[in-house]
Design a protein around this ligand. Structure first.
Ligand SMILES: [Zn+2]
Length: 83
């Protein structure tokens, strides 16, 4: 009986982990990478449009977007939307 309980519990855990991995690997339709142009120095770089941390320009360290918990508030000019 004890062995059966453990078996059920671990298969549930395994199923949960698979769901988490799937969520990370398959991007949601509204999630995109955007190529932005830094307003300060003109450097172009690709950032995620739903960052958890504010992305900074790799050249002048200017903040390129503000994380909001959802789609970031972009502070740089969008040059191109990427998949
Ligand atoms: Zn810059």
């Amino acid at each position: 009986m004890w062995i059966i309980r453990i078996g059920v519990r671990s298969s549930l855990n395994f199923r949960g982990q698979v769901n988490v991995v799937k969520g990370e690997l398959i991007p949601k339709p509204e999630s995109n990478f955007v190529r932005v142009k830094c307003a300060k120095c003109g450097n172009e770089q690709v950032i995620f449009d739903r960052p958890s941390l504010a992305p900074h320009c790799s050249v002048c360290n200017e903040v390129l977007a503000e994380p909001t918990g959802g789609k970031a508030r972009l502070k740089a000019e969008v040059v191109q939307m990427l998949g």
